[in-house]
Design a protein around this ligand. Structure first.
Ligand code: GUN
Length: 296
């Protein structure tokens, strides 16, 4: 079997168009413009690229973008003061503090100082708890993007065997919660899992989110399974810089029923879902109906 390739780039463009549509309606009918504040501390080059891209896409869908760039030696007190100001600002509906933070800042403390209703990353402990108990929450962007693609491809996920490889707070754990919410039978696998190939071979859905270059070979994949590759590993191959996933694409594409490529799969969905979350937060803040198809 040769897999259908799930085009994350095209999917993300559709999500952004949907967001832009609803933002235009909000503006016209309610005079409201959703606003996203992004806070970057320090000069990490990868973070600078992400933040620039987030700001650009925010403006492209018609939202207001507020960028706060702070020095690498910013004190915790100053950062918390800024977050407090953003929490109280009615023009700001979403707040994202770009991670990782410089080592002298307590990441948990900083994230948990964001108003949970504005926590468009879904990292605040209240949102983690709400998601875990099946209540309305802000959902982390990457797992939300994976869920949207899975729902789009399968319709219902009910009763499917899903394995999530990786147990990070940002992807693995929330992904497992979302799949459970859609009535999958979920296994969370990780570096200590015994007989990982057998665990993966039983899965109808494989989400690989370990950050290890091509660690899932095609012969672990059940014939016809859906493979979502969250890995973004930068390597040099044939003298060129390349991005490759956690799945060995060349062999997996021969066995899977559907697969996301790297690049062009999950990656573009993350910022699209950040915009969707900002729109959702804005609608909730104003007591308006939530956008359809853009939430978990
Ligand atoms: N750094 C890398 N990915 C992310 C993300 O999704 N959110 C935040 N806040 N920081 C990141």
């Amino acid at each position: 079997m040769v897999a259908q390739v799930i085009d994350g780039k095209a999917f993300a463009a559709r999500v952004r168009a949907q967001v832009a549509d609803q933002v235009a309606r909000l503006k016209e009918e309610n005079g409201i413009i959703p606003g996203l504040a992004v806070v970057l501390v320090g000069e990490d080059p990868a973070s600078q690229v992400y933040v620039r891209s987030k700001g650009k896409q925010t403006v492209e869908v018609g939202m207001n973008s507020y960028e706060h760039k702070l020095d690498a030696d910013t004190s915790e007190e100053d950062l918390l003061t800024l977050i407090d100001k953003l929490n109280k600002d009615p023009a700001v509906h979403g707040i994202l503090v770009q991670l990782p933070l410089p080592k002298h800042l307590n990441e948990d403390l900083v994230i948990n100082s964001i108003d949970p209703a504005k926590d468009v990353d879904g990292f605040h402990i209240s949102n983690v708890g709400l998601l875990g108990t099946g209540q309305k929450s802000m959902v982390p962007c990457t797992p939300l993007g994976c869920l949207m693609m899975l729902r789009d491809y399968h319709g219902s996920l009910s009763g499917m065997n899903a394995v999530v490889i990786g147990r990070s707070n940002i992807v693995g754990k929330p992904m497992a919660q979302l799949l459970l919410g859609d009535s999958c039978t979920v296994t969370i696998a990780h570096s200590r899992t015994k007989d990982l190939p057998d665990v993966v071979r039983r899965a109808d859905i494989v989400v690989a989110a370990v950050g290890r270059l091509e660690m899932v070979p095609g012969d672990w994949i059940k014939e016809g399974a859906t493979v979502i590759d969250v890995g973004i590993n930068r390597i040099e191959r044939d003298g060129k810089n390349k991005l490759v996933g956690d799945v060995d694409y060349a062999s997996a594409v021969e066995r899977a029923g559907a697969i996301t490529p790297v690049p062009g799969g999950v990656g573009p969905m993350t910022i699209a879902c950040l915009l969707a979350n900002t729109l959702t937060a804005c609608c909730r803040a104003n007591g308006l109906p939530e956008p359809e198809g853009l939430t978990a």
